[in-house]
Design a protein around this ligand. Structure first.
Ligand SMILES: CCCCCCCCCC/C=C\CCCCC/C=C/C(=O)SCCNC(=O)CCNC(=O)[C@H](O)C(C)(C)COP(=O)(O)OP(=O)(O)OC[C@H]1O[C@@H](n2cnc3c(N)ncnc32)[C@H](O)[C@@H]1OP(=O)(O)O
Ligand SMILES: Cc1cc2nc3c(=O)[nH]c(=O)nc-3n(C[C@H](O)[C@H](O)[C@H](O)COP(=O)(O)OP(=O)(O)OC[C@H]3O[C@@H](n4cnc5c(N)ncnc54)[C@H](O)[C@@H]3O)c2cc1C
Length: 627
């Protein structure tokens, strides 16, 4: 109810207005509304803030820069920089991606050369492709960057390391000497975020600014490794784990709230010619578009909770020096981020499109969500690259499964029990245990299929790297199958262990079955090809899905209401709680800047001569028509 927090209509603001309004609101929220003692920008409060603010600033500062200080800094460095960053007395970003490289980190070109005489690092972007490009909050907000650069000592390269680099004056906010920095311009979304470019030329930083938890450089230039260097990639794992809930589950939940509420209000056409127009939500085709996406919200939420727990447990182990869980966590987080962002972004577009013309209006609030979700398929690890990382781990595990009993998320690769499906009715296929087994079998077969294909190619003389490249599509499919079995399996377990009312558990079980069946029906080729289902059972799977749509239809609005988004955060004429769609759309349109005058003078000057000629002809004074 704090008017300082309420959103003005973002669509009727310029990009620069949105940039400064997001900063005002974010700082207001952090500085005024949150208890100052003890909170951190990566604490539990964030998920509540994220429900209250439509456009944040400082997501990278809070979601990446600060976690990196914790992950890569020594205790002294954390003690120095964390308090400043947590209180926004320094604003940072994570500067890794360059104009020429984003996915292939070993190709990054920014160099940090150690100057022994002065005990400093000299930072340089040797050519234009080395310029840092994309980091959020970097263009105009950040005064520090956590710069990922190639460490060079006496001409020898030591790989990518993290350096704290100040880029703007803390008094004037002007760029420091050797720093060229700015905004990269208009993007598909994130209008309020100043993704930036950063060109560094002979910028000197103290030796102490190398984040030295994992490695350090002594004053004489001696390089010391301290622990598993793979942890240098640890911040990306953490962000991939965190972003699922924040950037995939929550936006999809908002989109589903808007689309389901609108579909319950929008009447269009007849089902029974003798009856009145129906709410479009009564069309099974509409239910088939919307309800599986509602189910995805829940299943992705449950699976993300499990992944967050796994990351938390892993972090505790790393503190004890045990990094054995890292390979599985990397594979799972990379695969989950890629597959759920793919599903989520596609799902948001499906539900947007299900709202017809008004879904194409920014007044629906849906284009804002769809465009932002598209970014999740690219940032924090481009999806294809992440799926291949996941597949790399699966292929290794499949080989290991031939001799060892596997555990963890890949246990099913060493399950050689009979996994044939005996379902005779569509009810059998709504059973959670049957759905889990089907997904495990499909995933196991997909991984083995890709591995076998590559082995045969290598046996026939194809170099392993070429076999990998040629089978990439099968490997990506295997990664998707693995993640789907993980999401279905963890969701079934989570729901079964949930202490809640029987009626709620029934709905959640139905949603889980809908998610699994929608996935089966969308990929039935795999399920038949790998012998998981017969053609007749595929028909039953479709029947099972349609039956669940019918069962869930009466609760559809109640289910999305349970996401509990306020009208202010939805900013949607279609999804407002009162359902007054048409009055809201009309009011919203009238507020458009285009309508601040009845005649748009700038354009009228071009139209005027033609209009006056038309007037004269129609009033009998004008010359004959030119036609
Ligand atoms: C105040 C307001 C508050 C607002 C609210 C805050 C909310 C916060 C919550 C939301 C959080 C964030 C919001 C979204 C923000 C995101 C913004 C975007 C940021 C970015 O995009 S940062 C840049 C991201 N870039 C990447 O991800 C690059 C991807 N590329 C790579 O990771 C690597 O290049 C690679 C893995 C593709 C290849 O690396 P390479 O060294 O060549 O490795 P390989 O040869 O493939 O493999 C070598 C072995 O290393 C293993 N490996 C690889 N990566 C990892 C890893 N990350 N962890 C562990 N192990 C890894 C790999 O498996 C190989 O192992 P093996 O040899 O097989 O044993
Ligand atoms: C909104 C947004 C915010 C961002 N924020 C940040 C940030 O804060 N900090 C930061 O450092 N970066 C940030 N990034 C950059 C982001 O991390 C990179 O864009 C991302 O890692 C992809 O790298 P790239 O752009 O170089 O694409 P590329 O890697 O060049 O990918 C281009 C194409 O090549 C394909 N490809 C690449 N490698 C392979 C491979 N090995 N096998 C098969 N196909 C391959 C990809 O699948 C893709 O189709 C942001 C990007 C966006 C869009």
């Amino acid at each position: 109810n704090d008017t300082s927090m309420q959103h003005r209509n973002l669509n009727h603001m310029t990009r620069e207005e949105r940039f400064s309004e997001a900063m005002r609101r974010t700082l207001y929220a952090l500085k005024v509304l949150l208890p100052r003692e003890g909170w951190t920008p990566v604490g539990p409060e964030m998920k509540y803030l994220a429900r209250a603010i439509k456009e944040f600033t400082f997501i990278i500062h809070a979601g990446v820069f600060i976690p990196c200080i914790m992950s890569y800094g020594t205790n002294e460095q954390i003690a120095k920089w964390f308090p400043l960053a947590a209180d926004f007395r320094i604003i940072g970003t994570y500067a890794q991606t360059e104009l020429g490289h984003g996915s292939f980190l070993r190709g990054l070109e920014t160099i940090a050369t150690y100057d022994r005489a002065n005990q400093e690092f000299i930072i340089n972007c040797p050519k234009i492709t080395a310029m840092k490009w994309w980091p959020g909050d970097m263009g105009k907000s950040a005064n520090h960057v956590l710069l990922m650069a190639e460490l060079v000592i006496d001409g020898k390269k030591y790989g990518m390391h993290g350096f704290m680099v100040q880029i703007r004056d803390l008094t004037t906010h002007e760029p420091l000497p050797g720093v060229t920095v700015g905004d990269i311009g208009a993007k598909l979304s994130f209008e309020s975020v100043d993704n930036g470019f950063l060109y560094l030329q002979n910028v000197r930083i103290p030796r102490e600014n190398l984040l030295s938890k994992l490695s350090e450089v002594h004053p004489d230039g001696t390089y010391i490794k301290k622990g598993n260097q793979r942890l240098m990639y640890g911040s990306m794992v953490r962000v991939r784990v965190n972003l699922i809930a924040h950037e995939i589950v929550m936006p999809l939940a908002k989109a589903c709230t808007i689309a389901v509420r609108y579909s319950a209000v929008r009447r269009q056409g007849l089902i029974n010619p003798s009856k009145e127009e129906v709410p479009v939500l009564d069309y099974v085709a509409q239910q088939h578009k919307l309800l599986p996406q509602v189910a995805t919200v829940f299943m992705a939420h449950f699976a993300a909770k499990q992944l967050v727990k796994m990351h938390h447990d892993y972090s505790l182990e790393v503190e004890k020096g045990n990094t054995s869980q890292l390979p599985e966590l990397h594979a799972l987080s990379a695969g989950m981020k890629a597959c759920l962002s793919e599903q989520g972004a596609a799902g948001a577009e499906i539900v947007r499109r299900a709202c017809g013309g008004h879904g194409y209006s920014c007044g629906s609030g849906l284009p804002f969500i769809v465009n932002r979700m598209l970014a999740t398929c690219t940032y924090e690890g481009e999806n294809t690259v992440m799926q291949l990382q996941c597949a790399r781990y699966l292929i290794k595990c499949a080989d290991q499964a031939k001799k060892d009993k596997l555990t963890g998320s890949v246990w099913y690769l060493s399950d050689f029990s009979n996994m044939s499906c005996t379902a005779q009715t569509f009810g059998d296929l709504q059973e959670p245990s049957v759905l889990v087994k089907l997904h495990e079998r499909r995933a196991k077969c997909a991984v083995q299929h890709a591995g076998k294909k590559m082995q045969n190619m290598v046996k026939n003389g194809t170099p392993a790297h070429d076999a990998w490249n040629m089978m990439a599509t099968l490997l990506i499919n295997a990664a998707r199958a693995h993640i789907m079995q993980y999401v279905v399996g963890t969701s079934v377990t989570y729901i079964s262990e949930l202490s809640c009312s029987a009626s709620l558990k029934k709905i959640l079980t139905q949603l889980c079955a809908l998610y699994a069946l929608h996935n089966i029906n969308s990929n039935c080729g795999d399920f038949v090809k790998f012998g998981c289902l017969t053609s007749a059972q595929c028909d039953l799977a479709q029947e099972a899905e349609f039956n669940l749509l019918k069962q869930l239809r009466p609760d559809a609005v109640g289910i999305v209401d349970s996401f509990d988004f306020t009208d202010d955060i939805l900013q949607s004429c279609l999804g407002a709680y009162d359902g007054n769609v048409y009055e809201r759309l009309f009011e919203w349109a009238k507020q458009a800047p285009m309508n601040k005058t009845e005649v748009h003078q700038d354009s009228y000057q071009y139209l005027q001569p033609y209009l006056h000629e038309g007037r004269d002809v129609l009033e009998g004074r004008g010359r004959n028509s030119k036609l």
